[in-house]
Design a protein around this ligand. Structure first.
Ligand code: UDP
Ligand code: MG
Length: 316
């Protein structure tokens, strides 16, 4: 059994993949561990897969899986973990934002008995707006989620074999890894490192994608937003009843005046807004149930290092 598998999701990374591979080898070879590198090409539209084919042909320690289209980083991580055979598995990005030279340190901590070793990045060099948003987001998450996730503690981590087996056993199709890592538990240790900019290529996380990722995170782990919606609805109903009583009392004492359209319209729009928001929350959960009920595979594999010929069935 190999001691270490490194899982690397790649989406349009042809510009950095070779540099990454060289840097990773430079970090792993002196560490005296037996290792394999499991690349996952997440349906790249550039020449990423050709680079992977070449790397795998040149080195038996390199393996790869290539998807039929872009299925997202979560799916790529899952495929990588399924392929990994190592006693420990490290998940890392291909863009050199996760410094390979930290891997030996993670292994060292793993040997001390930790099942999860997290390399936590700080936020140096990030825009002020993005920083502020992520701070606010993590505060929100801490309030609403049943699992603990720390700011900057992303996917760059080492997992023991049993932690990986636990993750693979989780059946949900809507995977929010940051939450799942925390949900499985086990002894976890983290250390922080200085944030680095992407070596080349561009980030695939625009504002919209980040917002959707954030919503996924909040909704993946509990139904508390639904509860919040019910509370808001109840309070609104109560205040509406009080308001109605007040109007009746007013009418009884002073007779009926011409009603104010402004207040009416305000009330209607406010209520309408709240109802739509609540419906949205409910819809999200129903959508999730629908999604899970279909039991579709997380991804479709086009080719792997073992079968350069196209494989037209989902890997189980
Ligand atoms: N990635 C992926 N599928 C996607 C988007 C990203 O496999 O749909 C990979 C990407 O190749 C990289 C890692 O996930 O190795 C992190 O992506 P990126 O650097 O774009 O994210 P950021 O560092 O900006 O959060
Ligand atoms: Mg990156």
């Amino acid at each position: 059994m190999v001691q270490l598998s490194v899982v690397v999701p790649c989406f349009d990374e042809s510009e950095v993949i070779d540099a990454f591979h060289t840097a990773l080898l430079a970090a792993l070879v002196p560490a005296h561990v037996s290792f394999e590198i499991c690349y996952v090409d997440d349906g790249s539209s550039d020449r990423t897969v050709e680079h992977l084919r070449a790397l795998a042909a040149a080195d038996p320690r390199v393996r790869y899986t290539s998807f039929s289209r872009n299925f997202g980083k979560e799916a790529a991580l899952l495929a990588g973990m399924r392929a990994a055979k190592g006693a420990a598995v490290v998940l890392m990005d291909a863009d050199l934002q996760h410094p390979p030279e930290l891997v030996p340190r993670m292994l060292e901590l793993h040997r001390q008995g930790y099942d999860q070793v997290v390399a936590q990045r700080d936020r140096t060099g990030e825009g002020a707006v993005r920083k502020a948003f992520s701070r606010a987001y993590y505060r929100l998450v801490r309030r609403f989620m049943d699992v603990e996730i720390a700011d900057g503690a992303g996917d760059f981590r080492l997992l023991s074999r049993r932690a990986v087996e636990c993750l693979l056993a989780l059946p949900e199709s809507n995977r929010f890894s940051k939450g799942l890592f925390s949900w499985i538990g086990f002894d976890t240790v983290s250390f922080s490192y200085r944030n680095v900019q992407r070596a080349a290529g561009s980030s695939k996380w625009g504002g919209r994608r980040l917002l959707n990722y954030g919503i996924d995170g909040l909704l993946s782990f509990n139904t508390r937003p639904l509860r919040l919606a019910i509370h808001a609805g109840l309070w609104l109903f109560l205040s509406a009843v009080l308001y109605a009583l007040w109007i009746v009392a007013n009418a009884a004492l002073d007779g009926v005046e011409t009603p104010g359209y402004a207040t009416l319209i305000t009330a209607i729009t406010a209520l309408g807004g709240i109802q739509i928001a609540i419906l949205g929350v409910i819809g999200e959960y129903v959508g999730r149930i629908y999604h899970e009920a279909k039991r579709r595979p997380h991804y479709v594999v086009r080719e792997t290092d073992r079968s350069a010929a196209p494989v037209r069935r989902p890997e189980r």
